[in-house]
Write a protein that binds this ligand. Structure first.
Ligand code: PMP
Length: 418
C-alpha cells in the first residue's frame, strides 16, 4: 500500500499531496525550453488525467443529448450528466440534487442569483451588501439589478491586510439589507473570509446570503449545510475540471420561490401561447442543451478531490505559500498585496519600478506562468493604490521547485529593469 494513504480502507484519503503532481499531464511540458512552473491556478487549474479521460469518454462514446432520447446514447449521456450532479451534491453536502443547478461557471451562477433572487426580492431603498474585495462578477450583476430595482449596493471596506473590516460589516448590515454577497476566498488577495460568521450575522439581520466560492473549492472542503449559506457559486475550471461548467447551489425553498433565469427548452413543463408552466428543480434553471461533457468532467474532478485529505492539502499549500512569501522577501523592492492572517495560495505582489506586465513577460521567458493585471478586482487595486499586481497562485500540484523557478525569473526581471 502506498504511504500516501491514511489507512487500509479502499476509500482512504490521500495525504501525500506531493505525489499528486504526476496526475497532471500538462505539467510535464516545457515552455520556452524550461520546465513549466504553472503558478496561475487561480485563473484556471490544470486537469488530472482522470478528468481528461472522463471528457474523452463522454465525447467518444456517449455524445448525445440529455433527458430526451429513448436510445442508448441518450440514456448514457443523461446518466453521465445526472450522476455528475449527484456527485457534486454529495461533495458539497447539499440536501438534494434539486439544489445543484449547472451553469457555465461562477459568473453565470451569480448572474442567475442576482437576476432571479435580486429581481424578485429587491425594491427601492433596499440594500445589497458586498465587500471591497469582490471579483467583478460579484459586483456588476448586483449593480445591474440594483439599477433596475432602485436598491443600493453597499461595499464593506477592507483593512490594510486585505481582510473584511468586521466592525464596518456589523455597522453596515441593517434592516434594509436584503442580500449579502461575499467572496469566500479572494482571488486578488488570497484572503479566506470567515464565511460561517458572516452568514450567521447576515441571517440574524434577515438577509439572504450568496457566497462566491470560485477560489475556495480547490483549497477548502466546502460543506454548504455546515456553512448554512443560501446560495454558493463555483466554477469547474478552478477545481481541476474543464471550462464552461459551474454550479449554483441554492436552498431548495429559495430556488422554488424565485423565477427562472432564462427561458427555452428543458426548463418548461408545458407551453402554450397563453401560458408556460415551469419544470421542477433544478431544470427550471437549466434552459437549453447543457454542457454535458463539462458536467462529466466536473464529476470526475469532484471524484478526484473527494479522495484527498484536505488537512494535508491545506498544510502543503500553506507551507508553499510561506516559502514563496519568504523567498519574495529576498527582493527588498517587492511588496505583497494581501497579508491576511487566514490566506490561501495567492501571492499578489508589486516590484518597485517594474510594471506587473513586464514582470509577467520576463518570468514567462523563464517558463513560469503568473497572472498580471487587476485580476477582475479593480476596487482592490484602487484600495491598495496600485494599477496592477503580479500574482503567483498555487494549487495542490505545485512545489518548491516552482517557487525557485519564479525567483530566478524575478531576478532576471529586476536585473533587466533596474
Ligand atoms: N469569483 C472569483 C473569486 C474568481 O476568482 C473568479 C474567476 N477569476 C470568478 C468569480 C469568475 O469565475 P468564472 O470566470 O469561472 O465565471
Amino acid at each position: 500500500m502506498s504511504a500516501a494513504v491514511t489507512s487500509n480502507a479502499s476509500d482512504a484519503l490521500i495525504t501525500d499531496i506531493a505525489s499528486l503532481r504526476g496526475d497532471f499531464p500538462a505539467l510535464r511540458q516545457r515552455v520556452h525550453n524550461r520546465p513549466l512552473a504553472y503558478l496561475d491556478s487561480a485563473a484556471s487549474s490544470q486537469c488530472p488525467q482522470t478528468v481528461i479521460d472522463a471528457i474523452v469518454r463522454q465525447q467518444s462514446q456517449n455524445h448525445s443529448n440529455v433527458h430526451r432520447g429513448v436510445h442508448q446514447l441518450g440514456e448514457r449521456a443523461t446518466m453521465a450528466y445526472e450522476s455528475a450532479r449527484e456527485r457534486v451534491r454529495d461533495y458539497v453536502n447539499a440536501a438534494s440534487e434539486h439544489e445543484i443547478v449547472f451553469t457555465r461557471g461562477t459568473t453565470e451562477s451569480i448572474n442567475l442569483a442576482a437576476t432571479s433572487l435580486g429581481g424578485s426580492m429587491l425594491s427601492a431603498g433596499d440594500e445589497v451588501l458586498i465587500t471591497w474585495m469582490e471579483h467583478h462578477s460579484n459586483i456588476v450583476p448586483w449593480q445591474m439589478i440594483c439599477e433596475k430595482t432602485g436598491a443600493h449596493l453597499v461595499p464593506v471596506p477592507i483593512t490594510d491586510a486585505g481582510e473584511i473590516d468586521l466592525e464596518a460589516f456589523d455597522r453596515l448590515l441593517n434592516e434594509r439589507t436584503k442580500i449579502v454577497a461575499f467572496v469566500h476566498v479572494s482571488n486578488a488577495l488570497g484572503t479566506v473570509n470567515p464565511a460561517r460568521e458572516l452568514i450567521e450575522k447576515a441571517h440574524a439581520a434577515g438577509a439572504v446570503v450568496v457566497v462566491d466560492g470560485a477560489q475556495a473549492m480547490p483549497h477548502r472542503r466546502v460543506d454548504v449545510r455546515e456553512l448554512d449559506c443560501d446560495f454558493y457559486a463555483f466554477s469547474g475550471h478552478k477545481m481541476f475540471g474543464p471550462t464552461g461548467i459551474g454550479v449554483l447551489y441554492g436552498k431548495e425553498r429559495l430556488l422554488e420561490a424565485i423565477p427562472p433565469y432564462q427561458g427555452g427548452g428543458e426548463m418548461i413543463l408545458t407551453v402554450s401561447f397563453e401560458r408556460t408552466t415551469y419544470n421542477a428543480l433544478p431544470y427550471k434553471f437549466e434552459a437549453g442543451t447543457p454542457n454535458i461533457t463539462g458536467a462529466a468532467g466536473l464529476g470526475a474532478a469532484v471524484d478526484y478531490l473527494s479522495r484527498i485529505d484536505f488537512a494535508a492539502l491545506e498544510a502543503h499549500e500553506t507551507a508553499l505559500l510561506d516559502y514563496a512569501t519568504e523567498r519574495l522577501s529576498e527582493f527588498g523592492c517587492a511588496s505583497i498585496i494581501g497579508t491576511a492572517a487566514d490566506k490561501a495560495s495567492v501571492l499578489s505582489f508589486v516590484i518597485d519600478g517594474i510594471h506587473a506586465h513586464d514582470v509577467g513577460t520576463i518570468v514567462d521567458g523563464a517558463g513560469v506562468a503568473v497572472r498580471t493585471g487587476h485580476h477582475c478586482a479593480m476596487p482592490v487595486m484602487e484600495r491598495f493604490g496600485v494599477p496592477a499586481t503580479a500574482r503567483a497562485s498555487f494549487a495542490l500540484y505545485n512545489n518548491e521547485d516552482d517557487v525557485d523557478q519564479l525567483i530566478v525569473g524575478l531576478r532576471q526581471a529586476v536585473e533587466l529593469f533596474r
